[in-house]
Design a binder for this molecule. Structure first.
Ligand code: GLA
Length: 361
């Protein structure tokens, strides 16, 4: 049984998915693929790491096996019995590049295990199980965007998801002579999961201090009473939510110039207010800014490294990136990796798990 699940790029709406906000991701044509077969024990092989590891149910090792065994744990918690299996994991999705390889591994594993055990599952429940695996087993208190995208994404579309109501709609991606390009900084700061969890706690503190249940009840006026750091965090979340809606308008009107401006604005907000960027990423965005053919750029994903998403005109992109790589290597002693990606389907469409009706926002 082979199943693949895609990585994702979030066009805009970063660190909003655990704050009842909006996100606008699409799935990319890079995947984690798993192959499973029934076995006597749980045995997991990663082609990337060149390792085969035997694990017990509920055994947490603090490495890549946790994503799979977390899914086993969450499936059983949800009442699905899981018998031992052998799994081989292969991937065309770089890890640590902010493209959500962990969610892709969780979703591919969950679908493959369910198919192997002959269980059927509702796609929304599938998302919840994978999120639970990551939050409660792996220990990163992620939002819902990555797993939702790996399941619900549709080729040639982004998903506008309201993480408060869980309603979503597909927004066509008509980029004319432009494309989204990813520039992997090849940096993954150790801080990322602890700082990610800290940002979440800061957001919870904001709600408590303002005595609100949701960021959707908070306005710019309310946040002036907060101490400076919390005020910055809140300002980012409020501004970023607005930017998602403005980005959808810009894309619908085919105004890619404006779409690019929102990417730059989002980056500045993530760098200065939410403080989840880093020097290497800021250098890449700074290099691109204002260059002919580059409409916008920003950090994507959880932050502290990973990739930059740039909206560029197709014909000139190659030229810029060679120069960028030279400068980057001089400064940081490592190379960038440029990924030209296309949108693709999530497992709902590619693996034909049971269909659902989408509810618009
Ligand atoms: C990570 C998390 C997501 C989301 C982003 C930031 O990718 O897994 O849920 O919070 O960071 O937008």
């Amino acid at each position: 049984m082979r199943v693949k699940a895609p990585g994702r790029v979030n066009i805009i709406g970063e660190h909003t998915d655990y704050n009842d906000g909006f996100v606008l991701p699409f799935a990319i044509d890079r995947y984690v693929e798993v192959e499973v077969r029934a076995s006597k024990d749980f045995s997991l092989t990663s082609k990337l790491f060149g390792q085969t590891i035997k694990v017990e149910k509920n055994e947490k090792r603090g490495d890549w096996t946790d994503y799979v065994m977390g899914v086993v744990w969450a499936l059983e918690e949800a009442g699905y019995k899981v018998e031992p299996f052998e799994m081989t994991i292969d991937s065309t999705l770089p890890t640590g590049a902010g493209l959500s390889s962990s969610a892709a591994l969780e979703v591919a594993s969950a679908v493959a295990i369910m198919k192997l055990m002959n269980h059927s599952i509702d796609p929304r429940e599938l998302v919840q199980i994978c999120v639970r695996a990551e939050r409660e087993f792996v220990g990163v208190r992620c939002g819902i965007m990555d797993q939702f995208t790996a399941v619900f994404a549709k080729k040639d579309h982004a998903i506008l998801l309201d993480t408060m109501t869980m309603n979503y709609e597909y927004v066509p991606l008509n980029l004319n002579n432009c494309e989204f390009v990813l520039i992997d900084s090849n940096v993954k700061h150790e801080l990322s999961s602890s700082e990610y969890n800290r940002r979440r706690m800061e957001c919870e503190t904001i709600l408590k201090k303002l005595n609100k249940r949701s960021f959707r009840e908070i306005s710019e006026k309310d946040i002036s009473v907060l101490e400076p750091t919390l005020r910055k965090r809140a300002k980012h979340v409020l501004g970023e939510n607005q930017r998602v809606l403005k980005m959808v308008e810009a894309l619908r009107k085919n105004n890619l110039f404006l779409a690019g401006c929102f990417l730059y604005e989002s980056h500045a907000s993530l760098r200065d207010l939410y403080e989840v960027s880093c020097d290497e990423i800021d250098f890449i965005v700074g290099f691109l800014k204002g260059r002919t053919g580059v409409l916008g750029a920003r950090i994507v994903g959880g932050g502290f490294g990973g990739s930059v998403l740039a909206l560029v005109r197709k014909n000139i992109s190659q030229l810029n990136f060679e120069e960028l790589d030279r400068e980057y290597r001089k400064l940081y002693g490592r190379s960038i990796r440029v990924l030209h990606v296309n949108s693709d389907d999530g497992v709902l469409f590619s693996q034909l798990i049971s269909p659902v009706s989408s509810s618009g926002i």
